[in-house]
Design a protein. Structure first.
Lengths: 125, 869
């Protein structure tokens, strides 16, 4: 297990350097993880997306997105407690990192710059 | 509720499957996730659905990033498999040249095979799409004495036979519409591909309409169904249904249906169908004039042979009179057989050509496969050491066999994939060569891809067989010492395979050149008339036709026009058949018949044996003068024909025969293609019946005369466009099948020879490598380049001579059969130089190939090969 972490962190840095462009679904997942505040794991993220965004999300898509975000260094994770409903299997809990917050801010600012120059939208602000 | 939940668990196998593929570091949470979701869903939906969702989730997790890595699978088998791939690659790269030759040869073979299979499956698919293909027949009349088959019938037969015989479920009658002028608003064009047919044609031939109602489309008079192309041409994007077209400047037709441009392959092709009742011809109710084709749909339980004899009896009763016994019987020809096997009206069935393509395609594949096997076995001999080392380290026989087989499978399937991917590049060339309209799609032709797959598998197993089983059986010590006993040696297998290749190549060269020679002979043979510089103008039912004599006189005055003639019969198959009574004959003789004016003989440069041509100023010529050809004199057994009496049939029942005198005998000329002998012919001077202009131009005439002609036409007939063709071009079309065959044979022949040379080259290379020591010693002793070349070519000479000896008689035998189809043909024994030249060419190319190797051998430094012993 520790070995695995070492491998992961090395990977994190190299990937972050490549630039942290966020896909639409990635951004959504990132927001949800931040909003769930410590109780974010694949199933809860999926439920939250389905409830709030009112769209279908497949568990494996959520799962791989979570890992991709972790690879990009925007999320951090640890093994959480096992529950009965999971057939005694433990879960991986995700939380947002500082660079994750930064990425969300960047995305927000990018949108704002465009929003401000669109008359129909700038009124909304 | 909770008890119930515990009883229901997700499917065990899905759980196991997850464990099987999932990376260990992910397994814990993924399986936790899917289980949790399952539990939640149990509360929301029936357990069956939850289970299905569970399975679905498990499969959705099957992603590359989640799958176990092979590194974790510590298996010898897989490691060895990787090694085989590596070795294959290294071996291919080590001898790039050979690998390229090898793969290219196999590729050519594969491409040729796919083309062949595609072509064959297209040819075999004609009219197979008909909904009840096995019950649809064409009515044929067969002569009991000559065996000649006619496919034409009279219009009233169809309905009468349907009423009479309950076995006949439906019928359709078809007649060509001829060249027709379509007019919509001010747009006028000639449309050639039209037919007139009963409404049932749509049902019998399973023709579907894009627009319009299939059941009612052709029921009424003056209705027409057109192809999409025509609809676009005349109506643009408007809905064509209900629109009106004026055809041939008279009748108005309503469009009631639109056909797709691309119809399924059928012997019957058309651009438009006019309803049967739209045409009213004087022979439409005649029981004897046979201008239609009649197709029948029989009940599914009716026996065709049964119906045939019933119909024969019916016609016998109807037609037989004491003077003319009924000498025919009826045959029903299955519609799906027409395309390939039709031998009616003196046609040569297509099947011969189709078989030929199959055979040539097969030959090329054989040559390519032989090459591949030869190259693989030859090169495996260079790998004795590798095999020896593998064996001493502990490779088992089975493993070595697997290695060689896998190598071949890799190479063959790479070629398979390349072939499939690049195949469409060859389609345009092939289509123009075969005048076909084939297309290939990887996913559309699953059958074809399947066949290719099987062949690839077979080739890879067959070519891997030799190295796999022979090499693996040898003693490792011998192998490492490069002293393989029992290998190499005489190489009977390889030699006989190469011989086979050369037999095929030599036979193809001989065949190609003789086909070409015959074609040239036909195109250049003196046909008894002058076909150059003759413009043919069909008059149809135009104003010009009504004033044909005036018009002919008018253009005769053009400075570039030498002579103008009127005729009722276009040359090259437009002649009619008619019985003639003759002086001293008991029964009328069936002859070919033409009707011409006085200028015809001069225009076409016909030659007289005796007597004269018709004279315009002699009115008696029109009524009672005839010209016959030499074949006629021979048929009736006369030495001279001038003044003899012959009688022509009329439609007048009181005077059924019109007597006349022969005024001239014309030298035999080929009024039909050279596929048929010249038959007895009678020529009459019935100018009224003529409908075509033959215009002979002076030498050196330019295209300007054509514009002048068109203008003269327009002055007389402004409503119908001027249509014409050149006689020599039209006649050349008769030999288009031979032209195509010749082109195809040349192309395929060239491919075969290139492949055979690749094979020879590889064999030569192999032998060279084996003889390195011998040659080196000879060189040290002072042998010259020539001596080495001789030593080297000796064994190949044997192969080539044996191939030639076998190939010449076989190919000449089959070509003699092919040539016998032609009434006018070259004699094989007069063209004996062709096989001789073909053989010499083969020997030359082969020697050249070997020379390349021997020079390399002779120039090498002997020390290199003698050093290590």
């Amino acid at each position: 297990m520790p070995q695995y972490y070492v491998y992961k962190t090395e990977d994190n840095e190299s990937k972050t350097m490549k630039g942290n462009h966020l896909g639409e679904f990635e951004e959504l997942v990132l927001l949800v993880v931040a909003a769930l505040q410590g109780n974010a794991y694949a199933v809860s993220v999926k439920d939250e997306i389905e409830e709030k965004a009112n769209r279908k999300a497949n568990i494996s898509a959520v799962h791989s997105t979570l890992y991709r975000l972790e690879d990009k260094g925007l999320l951090d994770s640890e093994i959480g407690g096992a529950t009965n409903t999971r057939g005694g299997k433990s879960k991986r809990l995700f939380k947002i990192t500082a660079s994750g917050i930064k990425a969300l801010q960047n995305a927000e600012e990018l949108r704002a710059t465009f929003r401000n120059v669109i008359p129909q939208l700038s009124g909304l602000k | 509720m909770s008890r119930q939940k515990e009883d229901i668990s997700p499917p065990k196998w899905a759980d196991h499957f997850l464990k099987l593929y999932c990376r260990e570091e992910f397994l814990e949470e993924i399986s936790g996730d899917v289980h949790e979701l399952f539990e939640v869903r149990l509360g929301e939906m029936p357990p069956g659905r939850a289970r299905r969702k569970f399975i679905w989730d498990v499969f959705r997790f099957l992603r590359w990033s989640n799958i176990k890595r092979t590194k974790r699978l510590n298996s010898n088998n897989i490691i060895m498999l990787r090694n085989y791939f590596k070795i294959t690659r290294r071996n291919l790269l080590k001898d790039r040249g050979y690998s390229l030759l090898n793969i290219a040869g196999l590729y050519i073979g594969f491409v040729c095979m796919v083309l062949t299979v595609l072509y064959l499956s297209h040819e075999l698919s004609f009219d197979k799409h008909l909904q009840r293909a096995e019950d649809t027949y064409r009515l044929l009349g067969v002569s009991n004495t000559t065996g000649g088959k006619g496919n034409e019938s009279a219009a009233p037969w169809g309905p009468a036979l349907k009423d009479q015989f309950p076995e006949i479920e439906d019928y359709t009658r078809i007649i060509g519409h001829g060249a027709s002028v379509f007019q919509v608003d001010n747009n006028r064009f000639y449309e050639n591909g039209g037919i007139i047919a009963d409404a049932s044609i749509l049902k019998l031939f399973s023709v579907d309409l894009l627009q319009g109602d299939k059941a009612s489309a052709l029921l009424e008079p003056n209705q027409v169904v057109i192809k999409e192309r025509l609809a676009k041409k005349y109506f643009g994007d408007d809905n064509p249904i209900g629109k009106v077209i004026r055809i041939d400047n008279e009748k108005l037709y309503t469009v009631t249906g639109v056909l797709a441009d691309k119809q399924k392959p059928s012997h019957l092709t058309f651009d438009f169908i006019a309803s049967f009742d739209s045409h009213d011809s004087w022979f439409k109710t005649d029981w004897f004039i046979r201008n239609y084709q009649t197709f029948f749909l029989l009940n599914s339980d009716a026996e065709a042979s049964d119906v045939e004899s019933k119909l024969t009896a019916f016609f016998k009763e109807r037609f037989e009179t004491p003077e003319t016994p009924f000498d025919n019987h009826v045959e029903l020809q299955q519609v799906s057989e027409i395309h390939l096997y039709d031998d009616t009206a003196d046609q040569t069935p297509q099947i011969g050509k189709v078989r030929l393509v199959g055979v040539i395609g097969g030959f090329i594949l054989i040559i390519a496969l032989v090459n591949y096997v030869n190259l693989v076995t030859a090169r495996s001999a260079k790998r004795f050491k590798e095999v020896g080392v593998r064996k001493s380290i502990g490779a088992r026989r089975r493993q070595l066999q697997a290695q060689f087989l896998i190598e071949n499978i890799i190479v063959c399937f790479s070629v398979f994939v390349i072939t499939m991917a690049s195949f469409n590049l060859f389609m345009p060339g092939f289509n123009s060569l075969m005048n076909s309209d084939l297309s290939f799609s990887l996913f559309g032709d699953v059958q074809l891809v399947g066949i290719m797959f099987l062949v690839t598998l077979l080739v890879s197993l067959a070519s891997g067989f030799y190295p796999a089983f022979i090499l693996s059986s040898l003693n490792p010590v011998n192998l490492i010492k490069n002293n393989a006993v029992g290998l190499g040696g005489k190489n009977y297998l390889r030699k006989s395979l190469t011989t086979l290749q050369f037999i095929i190549s030599v036979a193809l060269i001989i065949g190609t050149s003789l086909v070409y020679k015959q074609l040239q002979y036909m195109l250049n043979k003196d046909v008894g008339f002058d076909k150059e510089q003759v413009v043919v103008v069909p008059l149809g039912s135009s104003e010009v036709w009504r004033n044909k004599n005036v018009f002919a006189e008018q253009i005769r005055n053009f400075s570039e026009v030498k002579e103008v003639a009127l005729t009722a019969n276009q040359i090259g198959g437009g002649d009619w058949g008619m019985p003639f009574q003759y002086e001293g004959g008991e029964r009328p003789l069936n002859v070919r018949f033409m009707s011409i004016d006085a200028a015809y003989g001069e225009t076409l440069g016909l030659k007289l044996v005796e007597g004269r041509f018709f004279k315009e100023e002699l009115k008696t010529d029109v009524e009672s003068s005839f010209i016959v050809n030499e074949a006629f004199l021979q048929a009736v057994g006369w030495g001279s024909g001038i003044g003899k009496r012959i009688e022509m049939p009329t439609r007048d029942s009181e005077n059924p025969w019109l007597p006349g005198k022969i005024v001239g005998v014309v030298k035999d000329f080929n009024f039909r293609s050279l596929h048929t002998q010249i038959s007895p012919m009678v020529i009459a001077n019935k100018v009224d019946w003529t409908s075509t202009l033959f215009i002979k131009l002076n030498p050196g005439s330019t295209d300007k005369v054509l514009t002048d002609l068109a203008e003269a036409w327009k002055a007389t007939e402004p409503n119908i466009p001027f249509g014409y063709y050149f006689l020599d071009e039209k006649l050349a079309e008769q030999y288009v099948a031979e032209t195509r065959l010749s082109k195809m044979a040349t192309t395929f022949g060239a491919i075969a020879i290139v492949l055979a040379c690749i094979g020879l080259f590889s064999l030569a290379t192999y032998t060279a490598e084996q003889k390195m020591k011998e040659v080196s010693i000879r060189k040290v002793m002072g042998a010259s380049l020539n001596q080495i070349w001789l030593l080297f070519s000796r064994q190949f000479m044997v192969i080539i001579i044996v191939s030639i000896t076998i190939a010449i008689p076989i190919s000449l035998y089959y070509l003699d059969g092919w040539l016998s189809e032609f009434a006018y043909r070259i004699e094989i024994w007069q063209n004996i130089q062709i096989p001789v030249l073909a053989s010499l060419a083969t020997v030359f190319v082969a020697m050249l190939t070997i020379a390349i190797q021997s020079i390399r051998l002779a120039k090498s430094n002997p020390v290199k090969f003698l050093r290590s012993e």
